[in-house]
Design a protein around this ligand. Structure first.
Ligand code: PHB
Length: 390
């Protein structure tokens, strides 16, 4: 090639590049929010979408010159559907970030697409420890089951609970909860006398609870995903388990703030460990809860909402830090290491694990102004996921 022609084509290529960059800067930045909006986990979808929209209403819909567009899709809670939607969002909609993921299998189904397309996957709900290891492009703003379970396994034996039966949904987060509870509780001198697993879909808790009643442990430790807690509570009370002297303990998923008010006074006194309560006492949380309720009459934010709200913060901040370029690996790098105050307290996205480090609270169900709340009475600060680096 002669030199003039060469220089000409280099200049041309640079122009094309600049033009496409300028175009990219002017095009909206799309966030693909994939959620179960129907089916068993619909409350998770409802909570996260409401929180994401609240975040945008409060922080504006333009970041570093890019207009933010939220593309919400219902995966009905089925991994094949999630995967198809994720592919479609990346290829056709050209989303800069994939977000949401109401259940572990949905987050895992998307992991290969995040890796191949180098698109950050912000997990706002799903909580099996290993999820972040499924793709280097996964960042988590929710929590992990080992994180909250271990705190419960420390509290129980100090509070007269020596013999426990565990009851968990039979999939990733349930297996994590079962394993980490047993390990820590046994280490602390307790005894897990039986470990029951119930199907994730349409579970009938009755035969399992009957078995627990016969086994007469000091407490039943429960993990079921958000949305399933009310059914467990109802059947626990109907069978008179509490009257038989069996206490109900668990991770905060079972006394989910979305459903707690409908569980009735039978839920009073139930102790759980979790990273967020609607009742969390901070100025930021009070503002968050008030704004969420105002924008969504009849609802109150649960831990799913907070995962969605903070996930949006992580995305906004990363886009700002990279001057709106929206390049996947650069965004990912800017998501790692973020430290900020969440409605749940101080949080940190660990750059090594891409998982969230946060406080875990012990809480007891109490009535305040006629409503049931998980009232925090103790805190473990800056808890890392105990499921990592074992
Ligand atoms: C999950 O599937 O990872 C999951 C879903 C709901 C929860 C916790 C974990 O409340």
């Amino acid at each position: 090639m002669d030199k003039r022609l060469f220089l000409h084509s280099v200049a041309g290529a640079a122009l094309v590049l600049a033009a496409s960059q300028a175009a990219a800067q002017n095009t909206p930045f799309k966030i693909g929010l994939i959620l179960p909006m129907t089916g068993q986990s619909a409350s998770t979808g409802r909570q996260i979408e409401a929180a994401a929209r609240l975040y945008m209403a409060q922080n504006g819909d333009t970041v570093a010159g890019r207009k933010i567009e939220l593309v919400v899709k219902d995966d009905t809670g089925l991994p094949d559907v999630t995967k198809r939607i994720a592919q479609e969002l990346v290829v056709n909609e050209k989303v800069g970030v994939l977000a949401g993921f109401g259940l572990t299998p949905l987050a895992l189904a998307t992991a290969p697409i995040a890796t191949q397309s180098r698109t950050p996957e912000v997990v706002m709900a799903a909580a099996t420890s290993s999820i972040t290891e499924a793709s280097p492009f996964i960042i988590r703003s929710s929590f992990t089951l080992p994180q909250v379970t271990v705190s419960m396994a420390d509290w129980a034996p100090k509070n007269g609970i020596k013999k426990v039966v565990t009851l968990v949904s039979d999939y990733g987060p349930g297996i994590d909860a079962e394993k980490f509870f047993k390990e820590r509780f046994t280490f602390n001198g307790g005894q897990v006398v039986d470990a029951l697993r119930v199907p994730l879909r349409n579970p009938d808790f009755a035969p399992f609870l009957q078995k627990v009643r016969d086994e007469k442990p000091d407490a039943l430790f429960v993990f079921v995903p958000s949305g399933a807690g009310a059914a467990v509570m109802k059947q626990f009370l109907e069978r008179g388990m509490d009257k038989a002297g069996i206490r109900l303990i668990g991770t905060g998923d079972v006394t989910d703030d979305d459903q707690l008010n409908d569980m009735g006074d039978g839920a009073l006194g139930v102790v759980t460990a979790h990273h967020y309560s609607t009742d969390h006492d901070s100025a930021l949380n009070k503002q968050f809860v008030a704004a969420f309720k105002k924008a969504n009459p009849g609802m109150r934010p649960n831990f799913m909402a907070v995962g969605g709200y903070d996930g949006m913060r992580v995305i906004y901040q990363a886009l700002k830090a990279t001057n709106g370029k929206g390049d996947g690996p650069a965004l990912l790098a800017a998501m790692k290491g973020q430290i900020f105050e969440s409605p749940r307290g101080q949080v940190f996205i660990d750059a090594q694990t891409r998982d969230i480090v946060q406080n875990v609270y012990l809480r007891k169900v109490e009535k305040k102004n006629g409503e049931l709340y998980n009232v925090e009475f103790d805190v473990l600060k800056d808890v890392k996921d105990p499921g990592k680096n074992r």
